[in-house]
Design a protein around this ligand. Structure first.
Ligand code: BES
Ligand code: MN
Ligand code: ZN
Length: 514
C-alpha cells in the first residue's frame, strides 16, 4: 500500500529521489521549465537540466540539476475531466514512478474548479448523474488518491524475490486544509486496502483458495473487527439444510463446499439489513460440461463476487457505517469427477424448487439460488448479488461495465449513479417474461440453461425464480469488469476488485438519503 501524508508547502531543496506530479489539461509537450514552474505554481529558477520521454504525450519527465525529477502527468481536456479521468491519469503516473524506483514523491495538485469539473457529468442522463455535493474538490482528491493507490497494486504473494518498492507520497493540495486532506487520506486508505484484499483473493490460485480455505480466511479476517460475526456451514450442514444447489455443484470436488455468513450490525439490530450475496466458485472447470483449455486459468477468479462481498463487509465495519449488512457467500469448486453432478440430473434447492441440469458449467446460478433463499430469514430491505455469472454478459457489455438486473427503478438509479462516480460502471438489462419462457423444463420446475441467445438475461431470470417477493433485489453480472486486460490503468492486470468501491459508495448514499 502507498503511504500518503499531506504537506502544506513544497520544499525548496530537493533530495535525489524527489519527484513532482501535476495535472494539466494541456496536450502539447512542455518544453521549458518556466512552463513547468507555472503549472506547479512553484519557482525554482534555472534548475532544469534536460527533458526526457517526449514519446509519451500524456507524461513529461524533466531532470533538475540536483538530480531530482519532475513528472508532469496530464489529464484530459477541461471539458472532459471527471473523477475517473483523475483516477486513470494518477494510475499511469504512479506506474511510471514505481518503474523509476523512486522513494519519495511529492504530488502537487493544482486547485481544481470542482464546479466546472462537475459539469462534465452532464453528458450522463440526469437521473444517473452524481450530485454536486458528491462530486466536489474532496471527491476529486479522493479519486486522485484512489488512482495512485489502485494503480500501484501488484500481486506478489508467490514471487520468491520481490524487489518492488512503492514510494512514500506527500500530497500538496492548496485547495484544502491539512486536516481535510488527512481525512480523505484515511478514508481512501480504508477503501483501497479492501480493494487490494479483494484482488488478492481473486488472484489466489484454486489450489490454495478452496471453499474451506476461503471460509477460514474470512473467519480470521472477521476477527480483526469485533463488529463482524462470521459463521460457516460445513458440507453436512449444507445437506441437512437441503441446499441442493450448493451440494450439487460442490460434491464433485475433493474439496467440499461451504456456506459463509458474515454479519455486521452498524445500527439498531431490528432495522432490516442490506444483504450482499457473492458467487464463490473458487475454481470453475465447468464440471462434466468441461470448459476448453484456453483461459481456463482465469476461472480461479470465479469467486470475484465473493471477494467483493467480503471486502465490502470489512470496509463497512471499518468505516463504522450506520447500516446493517449481511454478506452471504456460497463457496464451491466446480470439478469433473465420479461424484460430479451430470447433465440431465434433477436437483432441488432449499426453496423446494426442482432444477434440471442441462449444462454443469451453468453452476453459479445453482449456488446463488440457495443463498437467495437463505437471505429471506433476515427480512432484508434490499438484496444485491454479485456474480461472474455469464460469458454472455461479457459479449454484451465488454469489460467496462457489469450487467444490472432489477425490477426496482429507484434501486437501479442509485446503483447506476454510484457507479458513475466510482468509475465501476453498470448498465441495466431487462428481465422480460419472454426470457423466462426460455428456461422452462420438461422435467423440472426450471432448467439451468436458456439456449443460445441472451445468456446473461436468462441467467438473471433463473435467479429471479429464487428471489423472494418480500425483498427488493438487484443482480450484478460482473463477469466482464471483474477481469481486465489492462485497458483501464487503475485496475491491475486481470483481477480488478470490481464493485467494492461501488457498493460502499451506494451504501454511503443510502445512509445519507434516509
Ligand atoms: N464463470 C462462468 C462465466 C464466465 C465466463 C465468467 C467467462 C467470466 C469469464 C460461468 O460459470 C459459466 O461458465 N457460464 C456459462 C453458462 C452457460 C453454460 C449457459 C457461460 O457463460 O458460458
Ligand atoms: Mn461455469
Ligand atoms: Zn462460473
Amino acid at each position: 500500500m502507498l503511504k500518503f501524508k499531506s504537506i502544506n508547502s513544497i520544499p525548496t531543496k530537493f533530495s535525489e529521489s524527489f519527484l513532482f506530479f501535476s495535472f494539466s489539461d494541456e496536450k502539447e509537450v512542455i518544453k521549458t521549465f518556466s512552463e513547468v514552474e507555472e503549472l506547479l505554481e512553484i519557482n525554482v529558477p534555472g534548475r532544469i537540466k534536460k527533458s526526457i520521454s517526449k514519446n509519451n504525450e500524456s507524461q513529461n519527465l524533466f531532470y533538475l540539476d540536483d538530480g531530482s525529477l519532475v513528472l508532469l502527468q496530464k489529464c484530459d481536456k477541461k471539458e472532459k475531466l471527471n473523477s475517473d479521468t483523475f483516477r486513470r491519469s494518477s494510475a499511469s503516473a504512479i506506474k511510471k514512478i514505481i518503474s523509476l524506483k523512486l522513494k519519495d514523491v511529492i504530488v502537487s495538485i493544482p486547485k481544481l474548479d470542482a464546479d466546472s469539473i462537475h459539469k462534465n457529468f452532464t453528458s450522463l442522463p440526469a437521473e444517473s448523474r452524481p450530485c454536486q455535493e458528491q462530486a466536489g474538490s474532496e471527491y476529486f482528491l479522493q479519486s486522485i488518491l484512489e488512482g495512485l493507490s489502485l494503480g500501484s497494486y501488484k500481486y506478489t504473494t508467490y514471487l520468491s524475490k520481490n524487489e518492488r518498492t512503492v514510494p512514500g507520497i506527500s500530497i500538496f493540495y492548496p485547495a484544502l486544509k491539512a486536516a481535510e486532506i488527512n481525512k480523505i487520506i484515511l478514508l481512501t486508505n480504508k477503501i483501497t486496502k479492501h480493494v487490494f484484499l479483494a484482488r488478492d483473493l481473486q488472484n489466489t490460485p484454486g489450489s490454495d483458495l478452496y471453499p474451506e480455505a476461503l471460509a477460514s480466511k474470512v473467519k480470521s479476517l472477521g476477527k480483526r473487527n469485533p463488529k463482524i460475526k462470521v459463521r460457516v456451514l460445513g458440507f453436512d450442514e449444507i445437506r441437512k439444510r437441503k441446499m441442493g444447489g450448493l451440494e450439487a455443484v460442490g460434491k464433485g470436488s475433493e474439496r467440499k463446499p461451504r456456506f459463509i455468513i458474515m454479519e455486521y450490525f452498524g445500527m439498531d439490530k431490528k432495522k432490516s439489513p442490506y444483504v450482499i450475496v457473492g458467487k464463490g466458485i473458487t475454481f470453475d472447470s465447468g464440471g462434466i460440461s468441461i470448459k476448453p483449455a484456453a483461459d481456463m486459468w482465469e476461472m480461479k477468479g470465479d469467486m470475484s463476487g465473493a471477494a467483493t462481498t467480503i471486502a465490502v463487509l470489512l470496509t463497512a465495519a471499518e468505516l463504522k457505517l450506520k447500516v446493517n449488512l449481511i454478506g452471504l457467500v456460497p463457496a464451491a469448486e466446480n470439478m469433473p469427477s465420479g461424484s460430479s453432478m451430470r447433465p440431465g440430473d434433477i436437483i432441488r434447492t432449499a426453496s423446494g424448487k426442482s432444477i434440471e441440469i442441462d449444462n454443469t458449467d451453468a453452476e453459479g446460478r445453482l449456488i446463488l439460488a440457495d443463498a437467495l433463499e437463505y437471505a429471506v430469514r433476515y427480512k432484508p430491505k434490499v438484496v444485491i448479488d454479485l456474480a461472474t455469472l455469464t460469458g454472455a454478459c461479457v459479449v454484451a457489455l465488454g469489460q467496462f461495465a457489469s450487467g444490472l438486473f432489477t425490477h426496482e427503478d429507484e434501486l437501479a438509479r442509485n446503483l447506476v449513479r454510484a457507479s458513475n462516480l466510482t468509475g465501476e460502471r453498470t448498465w441495466r438489462l431487462p428481465l422480460w417474461e419472454d426470457y423466462h419462457n426460455l428456461i422452462k423444463s420438461d422435467f423440472a420446475d426450471v432448467k439451468n440453461v436458456g439456449g443460445k441467445w441472451g445468456g446473461a438475461i436468462t441467467a438473471a431470470c433463473f435467479l429471479e425464480k429464487f428471489v423472494d417477493k418480500k425483498y427488493k433485489w438487484a443482480h450484478l453480472d460482473i463477469a466482464g469488469p471483474a477481469f481486465a486486460e489492462e485497458n483501464i490503468s487503475y485496475t491491475s492486470k486481470t483481477m480488478t476488485g470490481y464493485g467494492v468501491r461501488l457498493l460502499i459508495q451506494f451504501l454511503m448514499d443510502e445512509i445519507k438519503d434516509h
